[in-house]
Design a protein around this ligand. Sequence first.
Ligand code: NAD
Ligand code: SER
Length: 316
Amino acid sequence: MSKILIIGASGQIGSDLTVELRKKYGSENVLATDIKNATQEVMDGGPFEILDVMDKNRIAEIADKYQIDTIYHLAAILSGNAEKKPKMGWDINMNSLFNVLDVSRDKKIKKIFWPSSMGAFGPTTPDQNTPQLTIMEPTTVYGISKLAGERWCEYYYNKYGLDIRSLRYPGLISWKTEAGGGTTDYAVEIFYAALENGKYECFLSNDIALPMMYMDDAVNATIQLMEADSNNIKVRSSYNLGGISFTPEQIAQEIRKYIPELEVAYKPDFRQEIAESWPRSISDKAAFDDWGWKHEYDLEKMTKVMIENIRKKLNK
Ligand code: NAD
Ligand code: SER
């Protein structure tokens, strides 16, 4: 049985991924860690430790203490927050990855997962159905750190045989926690605002399409990739994940099927420029060809489960 360490388990992805990994591998075999407490579900559902990923010795200590053989490294500064503090974004995103890569190499960790992002693409990337291999000239600190991270992951695989696997997630939509300071956060915020007061002020323009994915699909893709036979993992930088693609106006229209009175005002801020530099849609054919990936949720199905779950959560 795998002994799994999740770093950054209190965030948007960790809140869902930890629960699924515990169901699959047994609660006692999945250690959740973060610099802050996680959701009640994660805190109560299995072991939890405070861990700062910038402290390499403590990662090594924890790896020994729990006899860890698999690491999911989710801690990062997302695109919007990294643009506000570029040096901090670079430092945390890159040095946390080096810490995890070095400890994994030294402790002979069997498998590592580290997420990249569609943010690794840039304004010169073909923006429709973006292929796996293409021009990558990101213009954000976040994107630069993701692209550099991808290259380092491939380097550690080639040089040290480290079995590190990665996905370029699109914007992720979920209801258990708030989104963590990215450019796609609007697609989570709009549900809460719609249910709480029927009004939302969107920080992107009404017509900017971005690739997105419901969290259950992202968690399934992550677990499927980690369970795939190593010989089938042909991409050792990071796999494209496509999902669905929609604009703020399209998601607002879908939500109006449940909350017809929803009013949305569009006031683009600095995140508009970030969104414009990213693809409108992404091809994940390589993930399909290599390990059979297919997403399940479209805009309609995703909106329905988001509304149902947030309604229950807010007791509305
Ligand atoms: P998040 O911001 O919600 O969560 C990140 C977690 O990392 C937080 O709980 C935070 O407390 C923790 N953290 C920050 N600094 C830390 C430190 N020094 N030590 C330990 N923990 C620390 O982010 P998320 O949305 O869950 O994203 C997880 C990963 O997936 C990131 O690498 C992100 O770039 C990537 N990703 C996310 C999305 C998305 O839409 N959510 C899309 C593409 C890629
Ligand atoms: N959702 C993430 C962000 O906006 C994409 O990596 O930063």
